[in-house]
Each structure stands twice: as structure tokens, then as C-alpha cells.
Design a protein around this ligand. Structure first.
Ligand code: IPE
Ligand code: IPE
Ligand code: MG
Length: 250
């Protein structure tokens, strides 16, 4: 059986298990644009439109948290122009989409280091978080300037400091304690994704949610992110609905 886009004809069941938390590595924007002889940023722009569609659809089908990997701590290595463009996208996105977010009762959150973002980007993001903080529907969680190893390093430092200060004893450090020290703690009961999707045919994690995906189901598709549709999301969920999650048991 091929790993990508399994040919099995699975149908999405609206009344079946819907993962409460889905995390997506939105990849392939650059290649999507290149295929059209367009600059890479054109792909990022189109990718932003996909985010809007998918967020609304995820909310409609009952997803509680949708985490989208938008910019990794390693993406700063890209050419300056591309980085600037990527940093301008949240400003555009919230400008255009805020009305829909409010209308759909969607709450915006972020994981990652906001402080290192350009001022305008940071303002747009923090404003979106603030403006939607009373919304009770789906959480649209952007991983922005996020890297999982750095998250773990920072968590470890904070815990070490607490131990050194005598605020906690080493025995108190268990899985719950660690989970609570990570960015994803803000997502409440849905801190770990049940389903993780990566687009564009790459089969790797790229420093995303290493701790949190210990028991996640993985779905890889060849589809480039700008081509990702509601139907692609439903196919991923259909695949999830067909899995047997054992968590080490029988
Ligand atoms: C994903 O698309 C968006 C970000 C990583 C910001 P890419 O820009 O990685 O597109 P490809 O992988 O080069 O096609
Ligand atoms: C992962 O995609 C990061 C995001 C989707 C934001 P990349 O395109 O940066 O990952 P690599 O470089 O292919 O591993
Ligand atoms: Mg990529």
C-alpha cells in the first residue's frame, strides 16, 4: 500500500469521529507557484486564501482546534524578500478575514515567539487574538515563528529554574507537568492533535509539535497547500476514521 494518497475509497462520515484537534503543515506554496511560472510569493498569497476556506470548513464539521504551521523558526533562513512577504500575510489575512472570524465564532490563538516578529505582524496577530478572545467556537491556532525543539528547550529551562528556586520538586515533573509548560497548554483539553496532515508530498515533521504528536495519526498528501480543498480535508478525516488507534493496548 502506498503511503501517500491511498487509493482505498474511503468516504468521510459526517457523524463519525471528527478529530478535535487537527494540525496541518501547510507546505508546497512555492512549488505550486513555480509550476505556474509565477514567483514563490504568489503561492503564499494563494495559500492564505486556502487558510480562510479550510478554517471555515473545519469549524463547520466540528473541529475544535485547527493548528496551522505558518512559519517555522527555520524559515528565517529564506531570502529576505520572501520572509518580508510572509510576515506581511498575517496583516492582510486578519484585515480581510476578521469579519468572518467573528461571524463564525472562531477564536484566534498562536504558538511560537511573537516578540521576534516585525512590529506590524506582531500587532496584527495580537489584535486578532484580543478581538476574538470571547469567541467560543473553534480555535484557529497559528504556529508562527514556532519550532518544537526550541519550545522544549525553553520549557526545560523554565522548569529547571522553578526547581532551583524550590518552587517545584523534581518528583513533581511528570507528563502533565511537561504538557502544561508547552505553548500548546493554552489550547486547553485539546492540546495534542489527533490528526496531523502534511501537504506537498514531503514526508517529514520539520520541527513541528514533537512532544504533542506522540500518538497522533499522520496523513500525507501530494496536494500542494494552495490546491488543498474542503474535499482534501474530508479525505484526510475519512482516512483517520478508518484507523484503529490502540495507544499501545489491544
Ligand atoms: C509552505 O510552502 C509555506 C511556508 C513554509 C512558509 P513553502 O514555501 O515551503 O513551499 P515549497 O515547499 O517551497 O514548495
Ligand atoms: C515547514 O515547511 C514549515 C511550514 C510549513 C511553516 P518547510 O518547507 O519550511 O519545511 P522543509 O524545509 O521542507 O523541511
Ligand atoms: Mg516547503
Amino acid at each position: 500500500m502506498a503511503l501517500l494518497d491511498k487509493k482505498k475509497d474511503l468516504s468521510f462520515k459526517k457523524d463519525g469521529q471528527i478529530p478535535k484537534h487537527i494540525a496541518i503543515i501547510m507546505d508546497g506554496n512555492g512549488r505550486w507557484a513555480k509550476k505556474r511560472f509565477m514567483p514563490r510569493v504568489y503561492g503564499h498569497k494563494e495559500g492564505m486564501n486556502t487558510v480562510k476556506k479550510i478554517a471555515i470548513h473545519a469549524q463547520e464539521i466540528g473541529v475544535k482546534v485547527l493548528t496551522l504551521y505558518a512559519f517555522s523558526t527555520e524559515n528565517w533562513k529564506r531570502p529576505k524578500d520572501e520572509v518580508s512577504y510572509l510576515m506581511s500575510l498575517p496583516v492582510d489575512f486578519f484585515d480581510v478575514f476578521m469579519g468572518d472570524l467573528i461571524k463564525n465564532n472562531i477564536r484566534v490563538m498562536t504558538i511560537g515567539w511573537n516578540e521576534q516578529l516585525p512590529e506590524k505582524t506582531k500587532d496584527a496577530v495580537l489584535q486578532a487574538v484580543e478581538k476574538t478572545k470571547n469567541n467560543t467556537g473553534m480555535i484557529l491556532n497559528f504556529a508562527l515563528n514556532y519550532g518544537s525543539r526550541q519550545e522544549i528547550v525553553e520549557m526545560t529551562r523554565q522548569v529547571a529554574q522553578k526547581v532551583a528556586a524550590g518552587e517545584v520538586s523534581a518528583d513533581e515533573i511528570d507528563e502533565t507537568f511537561i504538557s502544561q509548560a508547552l505553548f500548546t497548554n493554552k489550547l486547553g483539553p485539546y492540546h495534542d492533535p489527533e490528526l496531523i496532515i502534511r501537504t506537498s508530498g514531503e514526508i517529514r515533521i520539520s520541527n513541528f509539535l514533537l512532544w504533542q504528536i506522540a500518538y497522533s495519526e499522520f496523513y500525507f498528501t501530494d496536494v500542494y497547500w494552495p490546491d488543498f480543498t474542503n474535499a482534501t480535508l474530508e479525505s484526510a478525516i475519512a482516512d483517520y476514521q478508518d484507523r484503529n488507534r490502540r495507544f499501545g493496548g489491544l
